[in-house]
Ligand binder design. Structure first.
Ligand code: COI
Length: 353
């Protein structure tokens, strides 16, 4: 694959720096372009540097764009592993279909990612709980103000060494149940990983943060009755021994960590349901002492315990505000596989270099 070298490499964060999430970026990125005549073309590794765009470019006006999130981990033998990349490429092409973006060749994206990771190997952090976050993105690049799908696109992959997504690490998160704003309705774009979903969630997120919460827990748009997701995480509840996650009704992102957790839970004999779950059921369980655990799952968030939920002005503490056993088991299993500390019976890890 063609590679354009940088003149000067960036300063890497010192060992032991609190990396946070998405604050540092590596030296190179993978890019490819699309136009109607050539299809996807010009795949290359190039310096990750600011790019100039005409301000009439479609992406800036109508947000016709999608992204993904993956992680790369250094294994005990020094090899680089990525967690279930083929799932992300497949979801990205489903998001593309929803957003009128042409399908991209997943094999070429994977080849570009693997080349990029080999070049950027030294950027992968090795402290516990850290990883190299991978952000593949497609943006509409035609210069045009008509509200139509673009005929030109840029696909890029940038990389960021990260620590935990939440500033407080594995400390249980506090969620505010959002009963005014909505994230997505059925028929909308909620199950696509498109840029606008995240912009639309910021108002509620900001109001929740002002009240001391980490995130909002979204309810369905039609009845404001059923629990959906958290925006950066899918949700799970352990109620009276049953592990419940909202079913993918069309307005919820089909998370890859969510899917992995479901498989682990089923294989270990837990009682698991993907079903609609009303906020009233969650609150009743909390009141009756039957809400054993709640946690979120996501690439960035990994497995994050939820320690408190506020609904209609009332706070409900879950499991004494501590991480529960099911949450811990899933966290240990998923991260154990990712960091190569446990067997990978499912073949989820792709060794790329
Ligand atoms: C991820 O977990 O990779 C996400 O994309 C969620 C968030 C950081 C936007």
């Amino acid at each position: 694959m063609k590679m354009i070298e940088r003149k000067q490499l960036r300063q890497k964060p010192e060992k032991g720096t609190a990396l946070g999430f998405g604050r540092y970026f590596t030296d190179y990125m993978f890019t490819m372009k699309y136009n109607e005549k050539e299809g996807w073309h010009d795949a290359q590794i190039e310096p990750n540097e600011p790019v100039r765009f005409d301000l009439a470019t479609t992406i800036f006006h109508y947000a016709q764009g999608i992204f993904e999130g993956m992680k790369a981990f250094v294994q005990p033998d020094g090899k680089i592993a990525v967690f279930r990349p083929e799932e992300n490429w497949a979801r990205m092409n489903r998001s593309a279909a929803r957003m009128c973006i042409p399908q991209f060749p997943a094999e070429l994206a994977e080849e570009g990612l693997e080349e990029l990771l080999k070049v950027e190997r030294d950027w992968i952090p090795t402290e516990p709980g850290t990883a190299l976050y991978i952000r593949p993105t497609i943006i509409a690049t035609r210069v045009m103000l008509g509200v139509h799908a673009s005929t030109e696109y840029l696909f890029f992959i940038i990389l960021s060494p990260v620590g935990s997504y939440y500033a407080h690490g594995l400390e249980p998160t506090k969620l505010l149940v959002e009963d005014f704003y909505v994230r997505s309705a059925i028929g909308g774009t909620g199950e696509a990983k498109c840029l606008g979903n995240y912009a639309a969630s910021m108002k509620a997120g900001e109001e929740a943060e002002e009240k001391g919460f980490d995130q909002v827990l979204w309810l369905d748009a039609k009845e404001k009755k059923y629990v959906e997701e958290v925006g950066s995480m899918n949700m799970f509840f352990v109620i009276d021994g049953e592990v419940v996650t909202p079913e993918l009704v069309g307005s919820i992102l089909p998370g890859i960590t969510r899917k992995s957790c479901l498989q682990i839970l089923r294989d270990r004999g837990y009682r698991v349901s993907e079903r609609r779950i009303s906020i009233d059921e969650v609150i009743a369980a909390a009141e009756n002492g039957k809400l054993d655990e709640a946690f979120g799952t996501g690439t960035a968030a990994v497995i994050s315990p939820v320690g408190l939920i506020r609904y209609k002005g009332k706070d409900y503490t879950i499991n004494g505000g501590k991480m529960g056993d099911v949450t811990r088991m899933l966290y240990d299993t998923i991260t154990g596989i990712q960091y190569g500390k446990r067997e990978d019976p499912y073949g989820w890890k792709k060794i790329v270099g």
